[in-house]
Design a protein around this ligand. Structure first.
Ligand code: G6P
Ligand code: MG
Length: 223
């Protein structure tokens, strides 16, 4: 019987696809006649595709018909997928593969909890798809992070209570979602940005087997 389970965000935790989103959104912004910077791109992390376009259009103060928006959502994704199709296992972020090995060794199962509709494809590109016992992605949720829905479905797939789940996230909206789900939240990235996380690490290389075992003890004690 598993005592805990893990839910991973994808973009910024397992792989860095933000740079490809940036290139694709930047091209669209330039096409519409305005600049789109890396700082602007920060606002799109963890945010759904549709919401990302709305934020981008706000930045450029551009108004579009629903039809045009739909057209640009499709063309942006097609452009983004050109980069994704070039991805391979070498793009897995530091520490991610080792952490999955550690969890396997400890008999702890893990699922994906991502806003991306391309999540299954990305996991296949980097040869990690088969390792997850479940995938919750942008196709399976009706409410985006910071709503906890994505992680609550993840807990169901792990057959665990939310309190038994640990979430790895790089976006503020994701940490808020994990906290709202009453899960243990681990912020991956800038500690100040992710100050609401229960624990913070720069990257997954910092997560040791000892740390995971301490989480098991913590969750057991709370029960
Ligand atoms: C992740 C990324 C976001 C992206 C979203 C949707 O949450 O952090 O930047 O907008 O997924 O991705 P998609 O692949 O469905 O366009
Ligand atoms: Mg992310």
């Amino acid at each position: 019987m598993n005592k805990i389970g893990v839910i991973f965000d994808l973009d910024g935790v397992i792989v860095d696809t933000a740079k490809y989103h940036f290139l694709a959104w930047k091209e669209l912004a330039n096409h519409l006649g305005f600049e789109f910077t890396e700082a602007h791109n920060e606002q799109l992390k963890g945010v759904s595709r549709v919401r990302s376009l709305e934020i981008l259009l706000d930045i450029g103060k551009v108004e579009l018909s629903d039809e045009k928006k739909q057209e640009f959502l499709v063309s942006k994704n097609e452009h983004y997928l050109q980069y994704i199709h070039e991805m391979g296992p070498e793009e897995i972020l530091p520490g991610a593969s080792n952490l999955l090995d550690t969890l396997d060794d400890l008999g702890i199962q893990y699922v994906l909890g991502s806003a991306s509709k391309n999540a299954p494809l990305i996991l296949k590109q980097v040869n990690l798809f088969d390792r997850f016992v479940g995938i919750v992605d942008g196709n399976s949720v009706s409410k985006a992070k910071p709503d906890p829905e994505v992680f609550l479905i993840g807990a169901e797939k792990l057959k665990l209570k939310p309190e038994q789940c640990v979430v790895f996230e790089d976006a503020i909206a994701g940490i808020d979602a994990a906290n709202a789900a009453h899960m243990i939240s681990i912020g991956v990235g800038d500690k100040q940005t992710l100050s609401k996380a229960d624990f913070n690490v720069e990257d997954l290389t910092e997560i040791t087997s000892g740390f995971i075992k301490s989480l098991i003890t913590k969750i057991e004690t709370v029960k």
